[in-house]
Design a protein around this ligand. Structure first.
Ligand code: ZN
Length: 466
């Protein structure tokens, strides 16, 4: 007897032994995984005695994916900042757009991103930084309603620069003094731990926008509150120039110096790290979120992921946002993560599909400090499971499901999604909110935003659209 019984083809457990069970099945009750095993063994107890039976013999069943770097407020900014490197990309396009948001538009952006993530297999994610003008409360309340699991970082700042460039943050995003710090604590008190699906983190802005004192204050507070911190670091060369010029420290050394290393810290990108810095990341058990599509598109560089994995760094995967990727499909990101290391090292075996799957599941759960709850399919863990349809030409012949998952799959192959033991998407239809309404609202909200900001009002296209 179970609430949900899933019968499938392959079950990728991602448990300690990384068992892959052919003709497998999973029983879930009260939100918790009760049994995992062969169909022939579990059928007698569950096949005709469960409330919901999902029978998919041509499927791959795996833990829900964990996206460790998401900008919910960038969902409406797709194609608004193509062909630019990071600093002009931020200063001239992304920040002026984000600095013009009305809360109802930011909510639509978040809804659009969550729709895309659920439909491509993400069950947990880390938002990198909400700000006051987005209306964080209504966004967090929507996240809870959607059924997804989320660690939500709120941006914390007290300066307006980026690296060595001072006063470049758009005025609509500026929150000076201790305003952003105090609002993070308010959100923490209100939402942290809500149904074991919502957590509030600190999301300091990149060095140049936060004083050393504030970095130290929030890192101590995060430890006291047993919550996390996430920040972009060493994304481009200008980030290295800033910490070297101002503090005579390399970026990871700087982060360590201000308290931003440790098992509760997720540093994003870390493209420009030396071998010594990689060692420091491993020693301090700091997680790294790798976002290969963003790094390639913005010409930021290629992170030394093979070296980080060899050194024992917990590397997880993220999509970043609408104007830098430009999608939130973590399955596609897995392919890019697998392709970038061979290209960078000229070693075809620089990274393996198994490692990439670990990055998108167990490593992501560890980065979010929720690996005791999710990240693998084993009895006692919460039921966060996706069912991927393998009865498709790009999945055949099904001679290596792990290789196909990384090199051939795409987000739209995900057919059903269960989060916290609840069916959230069935046959590609989201059951917790009206996704059609979100798509309809998105175009209108984006157009209003573009008009107000005076940016992206015409498509950046060499060809005419008539
Ligand atoms: Zn980012």
């Amino acid at each position: 007897m179970a609430d949900i019984y899933v019968r499938g083809g392959y079950v990728l457990t991602m448990d300690r032994d990384r068992r892959v069970i052919r003709d497998g099945a999973i029983a879930i009750e009260d939100g918790v995984i009760k049994a995992v095993g062969k169909r022939e063994e579990l059928d007698k107890d569950y096949r005709y005695h469960s409330d919901i039976v999902i029978d998919e013999p041509h499927s791959l069943i795996m833990p829900g994916l964990v996206n460790t770097h998401v900008h919910l407020a960038q969902g409406l900014l797709r194609a608004c900042a193509d062909y630019l490197p990071l600093i002009p990309w931020l200063k001239d396009r992304v920040w002026p757009l984000q600095g013009n948001y009305e809360p109802e538009e930011a909510l639509v952006s978040a809804q659009l991103v969550v729709t895309e993530m659920i439909k491509s297999g993400v069950t947990s994610f880390l938002e990198t930084g909400l700000v006051g003008r987005y209306g964080p409360d209504q966004i967090i309340e929507f996240l809870h309603k959607s059924g997804i699991r989320a660690a939500v970082a709120r941006h914390v700042m007290d300066m307006t620069g980026y690296a060595l460039e001072e006063n470049i943050l758009h005025e609509g995003l500026v929150e000076l003094g201790d305003k952003s710090y105090k609002d993070t604590l308010r959100l923490y008190d209100k939402y942290h731990g809500w149904d074991n699906r919502i957590w509030i983190w600190f999301g300091p802005r990149t060095p140049g926008a936060v004083s050393v004192e504030l970095y130290r204050k929030m890192s101590m507070k995060a430890k006291e509150l047993k919550t996390g911190i996430t920040m972009h670091l060493a994304e481009v060369k200008a980030d290295v120039e800033y910490t070297m010029t101002k503090f005579s420290k390399k970026p990871v050394e700087f982060a360590h110096w201000v308290g931003l290393t440790g098992p509760n810290v997720v540093l994003v990108h870390v493209v420009w790290a030396t071998d010594e810095e990689i060692k420091l990341l491993a020693e301090t058990k700091t997680s790294v979120s790798h976002n290969p599509c963003c790094n390639m598109k913005l010409a930021s560089g290629a992170a030394k992921i093979s070296e980080m994995l060899r050194a024992g760094v917990n590397v997880a995967l993220g999509t970043d946002g609408g104007p830098s990727n430009n999608d939130y499909d973590l399955l596609r990101e897995m392919k890019h993560a697998a392709l970038l290391q061979p290209l960078r090292t000229l070693d075809a075996a620089a990274i393996r599909a198994e490692q990439v799957v670990e990055m998108a599941t167990v490593n992501g759960a560890k980065a979010l400090m929720i690996d005791h709850l999710v990240g693998s399919i084993e009895p006692g863990k919460r039921g966060d499971i996706i069912v991927i349809d393998t009865w498709k030409p790009h999945w055949r012949p099904l001679n290596n499901p792990v290789s196909h998952l990384v090199y051939a799959a795409m987000g739209s192959d995900v057919k059903h999604s269960i989060i916290d033991g609840k069916l959230i998407m069935y046959n590609r239809k989201i059951l917790t909110f009206n996704e059609e309404e979100v798509l309809e609202k998105a175009d209108k909200a984006a157009w209003n935003l573009y008009q107000r900001a005076g940016i992206c009002t015409q498509p950046d296209l060499k060809w005419p659209i008539k």
